[in-house]
Design a protein around this ligand. Structure first.
Ligand SMILES: [Zn+2]
Ligand SMILES: [Zn+2]
Length: 93
């Protein structure tokens, strides 16, 4: 797969969707990015243009975090760190 040149929907700049990135995106079954890296990192920092983030409180450590999905009521939610810890624990066991 060759590197792709993609127009950013936000700043109209053309950015490179590299072969390596393409593989990651296809593996995770994600749609191709629509914004250049700069706009994507800006978005991640401000979080203002991300209406699909939900605030939650970690069931394990009590930390406030934001998750990209709606936490289910009555079900324990974990912050990123605890989630990863529980995942690696599962993998070990
Ligand atoms: Zn951009
Ligand atoms: Zn936690």
């Amino acid at each position: 797969m060759p590197d792709l040149e993609m127009p950013c929907v936000q700043c109209k700049d053309v950015f490179l969707f590299t072969e390596k990135e393409q593989q990651i995106f296809y593996q995770r079954n994600m749609p191709p990015p629509q914004r250049c890296l700069r706009c994507r990192s800006k978005k991640a920092v401000s979080g203002e243009n991300a209406p699909t983030r939900f605030e939650m409180v970690c069931d394990n450590c009590g930390r406030h975090d934001h998750v990209p999905f709606q936490p289910k009521v009555g079900r324990s939610v974990l912050c990123k760190d605890c989630f990863q810890a529980s995942k690696s624990r599962l993998r070990v066991a």
